[in-house]
Design a protein around this ligand. Structure first.
Ligand code: TYD
Length: 196
């Protein structure tokens, strides 16, 4: 099973992934976490480019689109192997991030056609103003105008894809984690009403 967390910067993905992971382990599952961009060669190059002042220019967005797709290919075998051993894979981001952060969308879809489609995407939906206030401005995408567009694209994709669950990330941490567990519950055969 492949579960993905998506959302604009500062939505709380890292914290919520950890909480979900611990809950699943306590419930008797084996869990592996992965993150995009990866810690591999291409991932490292991506992180460097993301610091560049021109990272949101059209040309750099295309270059990044290709790099993210290449970086993601390296994860395919890893995900399959984990799934083969009956592990639940939780990922921080997926090709959906490329669809909303890079463009043009049709081309991004094409170059990511080999990427694995998640069983569940938890979209942590946060107010853009909160995102900017929480962010450490560590990359060029963390500005209000850009993130507003990204958030809208996420919500549009979520409205068209049944594997998406939109989680209100403006709520306090425990409410967010309980909403996440309820969304995961039906996938793993637990009863959503028993989750607090
Ligand atoms: P993020 O998960 O926010 O990492 P950090 O913990 O360092 O803030 O991801 C880093 C950035 O990469 C984020 O701004 C989104 C961007 N990104 C893309 O633009 N396209 C992609 O395909 C992916 C996976 C990430």
């Amino acid at each position: 099973m492949y579960i993905v967390f998506e959302g604009i910067d500062g939505a709380g993905k890292t914290t919520q992934i950890q909480i979900l992971k611990e809950w699943l382990i306590e419930s008797g599952f084996e869990v592996e976490t992965i993150v995009e961009p990866t810690e591999g060669d291409v991932g490292k190059l991506i992180r460097k480019i993301l610091q560049d002042k021109k990272a949101s220019s059209d040309k750099v967005l295309k270059k990044l689109g290709l790099l993210f797709a290449a970086d993601r290919l390296e994860l395919l075998d890893k995900i399959s192997n984990f799934e083969y051993s009956n592990k639940i894979v939780i990922s921080d981001r997926s090709f959906y991030s490329s669809l909303v952060y890079q463009k043009p969308q049709e081309w991004i879809r094409e170059i990511n056609k080999f990427a694995k489609v998640p069983d569940l995407v938890l979209l942590l939906d946060l107010d853009v103003k909160k995102s900017v206030a929480r962010s450490n401005q560590s990359d060029e995408f963390e500005n209000e105008e850009f993130l507003k567009e990204v958030r809208e694209k996420y919500l549009e994709i979520a409205s068209k894809n049944l594997n998406f669950k939109v989680i209100n990330a403006n709520n306090e941490k425990n409410k967010v984690s309980s909403d996440i567990k309820k969304s995961v519950a039906s996938l793993i055969g637990a009863c959503p009403n028993q989750i607090i």
